[in-house]
Design a protein. Structure first.
Length: 215
């Protein structure tokens, strides 16, 4: 099962959501993202939020179209997105995609990026990816991974999340690396490109963020 979570980020930054509807997919709405889903003809299985970003008419519309509505007070310890992601991880899906998580306030953006660490820190075997119109972002702990070339996201960047990433090796890339030490704050691995249909990245220690982007 794949769980798609749509938050309330700017609609202009959303990819074509119809591309993520095939197979065993469950949609979750977060705050204004619930209204956006319903407006696009997608029925959310569950809705989360304090709904401080919708008006009374929109809230009534949401209540009429959602069977399971988990509403919270604005004064709480977690963001709406974190509450939705925690719920999604408990369902043990194969993958979770986060949409509507970029644009607008930088504190929200950084909070949502940090949420990509949750399955790693909880040792959950679930991939979590943040997706918008221009970028795909995910994080990995030490290991060896394959990455496919994307026709519309040619740039691939690797950013350390921990104080360092040890033993980074890149194969199939325009700028390959072998057993390289990458400290936090380094820009060495920004804007690489795959030269083959598939490449690999591997490292021995740390946590790395992988960003596939287009201009």
């Amino acid at each position: 099962m794949i769980i798609n979570i749509l938050a309330g980020g700017p609609e202009a930054l959303l990819p074509d959501l119809t591309e993520y509807m095939e197979g065993n997919v469950k949609w979750i709405g977060v705050d204004r993202g619930v209204y956006t889903l319903i407006s696009k003809g997608i029925a959310p299985a569950v809705a989360f939020g304090d709904f401080d970003s919708v008006n009374e008419e929109e809230m009534l519309f949401i209540e009429q179209h959602v069977d399971e509505l988990q509403r919270f007070k604005p004064e709480k310890d977690e963001t709406d997105m974190e509450l939705a992601l925690e719920w999604a991880l408990k369902q043990n899906p194969q993958k979770i995609n986060l949409f509507g998580a970029t644009g607008g306030r930088l504190d929200h953006l950084f909070a949502n990026i940090q949420l990509l660490l949750k399955p790693i820190l909880k040792e959950k075997n679930t991939d979590v990816e943040l997706i918008d119109l221009q970028n795909n972002v995910y994080m990995k702990s030490a290991g060896r991974y394959e990455i496919k070339k994307s026709p519309d996201r040619k740039y691939v960047s690797f950013v350390p999340v921990t104080p360092s990433v040890e033993g980074l090796t890149l194969t199939g890339f325009k700028y390959p690396l072998t057993n390289c030490h990458i400290p936090l704050g380094s820009t060495l691995c920004i804007s690489n490109e795959l030269i083959d249909d598939r490449g690999t990245f591997s490292f021995l220690e740390g946590i790395i963020m992988v960003i596939s982007s287009r201009d």
